[in-house]
Design a protein around this ligand. Structure first.
Ligand code: PML
Length: 240
């Protein structure tokens, strides 16, 4: 589901959701997504798109990354901690700078793919980026995550979705790490994720009201880029 509104000739994203469901669950979840789109604190939408696709491929089951929250008092401190972690993973200074530039540019809905050594962006479509899709978190894991973060976020659903994305991304052998900053003006917790460190929530990654945000995946090259993008965008994955 994708809900949006047009303001000053610009399409503003209001809310989105996706999941993998059995046929007999569809009606219930469509209603739930409709409610989410029309009762969202970001306002009432002009347009809601629902896309339903039959899954024909084999569904893969992937372990959820472990979650930890790192409390930072300022964006400067957050940046320092993030850069330290990324450097420990062998990501070069150039690549880290490209990652921050992507996030400050705030132009793409999808993620940038950055060569972790040269810092060059290698995704074929730089306007669109790579959109991680066909993902779902298993109900039991969802309950466990909700329990873990209940006093740490005002938007638990946002965290569930982010952990689901990050777990799919980190499962790829080509991906060294991910960095994500929400493009929502008032959501100031972001994350870095990797197989080594898990999902590290970073508080105060940006200032309140700051119009930045985005996602970048640091990858090892050479790699079969079409295969990686196909997995991220098309392979159905349930995070357990
Ligand atoms: C978190 O609170 O764990 C961070 C979630 C970042 C979500 C990015 C987004 O807005 O989609």
């Amino acid at each position: 589901m994708r809900a949006s509104r047009v303001e000053h000739d610009k399409e503003i994203h209001i809310s989105g959701a996706e999941g993998i469901y059995k046929f007999d669950e569809l009606e219930r979840f469509l209603k739930k997504f409709f409610k989410r789109a029309t009762e969202h604190p970001n306002g009432f939408p002009d347009k809601i798109f629902f896309t339903l696709e039959k899954i024909k491929e084999q569904i893969q089951f992937i372990k959820a990354l472990p979650i930890k929250t790192v409390f930072c008092e300022t964006p400067e401190k957050a940046k320092e901690i993030i850069n330290e972690h990324l450097t420990k993973l062998g990501i070069s200074e150039k690549a880290i700078t490209t990652g921050w530039n992507v996030i400050k540019g705030q132009k793409m809905r999808g993620a940038a793919l950055i060569d972790c050594l040269t810092g060059v962006r290698i995704e074929p479509n730089k306007e669109r980026g790579v959109r991680v899709s066909r993902i779902h978190m298993d109900k039991k894991r969802k309950i466990q995550v909700l329990r873990k973060i209940k006093n740490l976020t005002s938007e638990p659903q946002r965290v569930i979705e982010a952990v689901t994305v990050a777990s799919k991304v980190a499962s790829c052998s080509e991906v060294v790490a991910e960095i994500c900053v929400s493009d929502n003006l008032n959501y100031t917790t972001g994350y870095i994720a990797s197989k080594e460190f898990g999902y590290l929530r970073i508080t105060n990654i940006k200032k309140h009201g700051e119009a930045i945000g985005g996602r970048a995946f640091f990858v090892k090259t050479p790699l079969k880029i079409d295969k990686l993008i196909k997995f991220l965008e098309k392979t159905p994955v349930i995070v357990i």
